[in-house]
Write a protein that binds this ligand. Structure first.
Ligand code: DC
Length: 205
């Protein structure tokens, strides 16, 4: 069984994907982490994330970079969004994601284009959304817990810029597959969102 989980930043898609993988006993790939590694590698190389050649060179990141905690930062998320608009970067990362999706037994992948480009044949496609206010509030609490000095207004502006870039790029823009199940987590806590996702999949099966 291939489960595709797509949605914008801080929608809860990563949490839901991880929980589904545990529930159904499937391996999980956070594809955003690959784009984050490319963005980080471009900075290590002293390159420009908006330059397609520099961004493509960033695809040769070492595997160990995937364990680097700085990949989870908001700053790296912004870099990832910038390198992800280049078709060369998307093409380079495509095969790795498709091989993961098609491993025997299946897999759960989360990202922006899993149900539309990476695995349009997925058995289950979820598109997880939440209002920008709810997402900014979640990010704010997470960042404050880590001791980072941030304001909700700054986070909201950053999320909106990232959404805009992810939705309006020409290559694999963020949008639900026509047959995706839509899950709005704006008013759900973590446990309720996971429970809803599992029950929608069980109903479908
Ligand atoms: O899910 P995330 O916040 O870690 O993703 C970071 C960026 O990577 C996101 O803004 C756009 C890009 N991305 C993408 O283009 N396609 C994916 N499948 C996953 C992430």
């Amino acid at each position: 069984m291939i489960i595709a989980v797509d949605g914008p930043t801080a929608s809860g898609k990563g949490t839901i994907a991880k929980a589904l993988a545990a529930h159904f006993g499937l391996p999980h790939l956070d594809t955003g982490l690959l784009y984050r590694a490319v963005g980080r590698q471009v900075m290590i190389n002293g390159g420009d994330p908006d330059n397609p050649d520099d961004a493509t060179l960033g695809c040769a990141f070492p595997e160990s970079l995937l364990d680097d905690p700085t990949l989870r930062s908001e700053e790296t998320g912004g870099l990832a969004s910038r390198v992800s608009i280049h078709p060369e970067v998307r093409a380079t990362l495509l095969e790795r994601q498709q091989a993961f999706a098609h491993q025997p037994g299946g897999a759960v992948l989360d990202g922006r284009d899993i149900g539309t480009v990476i695995a349009p044949e997925a058995d289950v496609k979820l598109f997880v959304t939440a209002s920008v206010e709810a997402r900014a509030q979640r990010r704010y609490l997470e960042m404050r817990e880590r001791g980072e000095a941030v304001t909700i207004a700054a986070i909201k502006a950053d999320l909106e810029a990232r959404d805009e870039r992810d939705r309006n790029r020409t290559q694999a823009p963020l949008r639900p597959a026509p047959d995706a199940i839509l899950l709005d987590t704006s008013h759900l806590d973590r446990a309720a969102a996971i429970e809803l996702a599992i029950s929608r999949i069980e109903e479908m099966r």
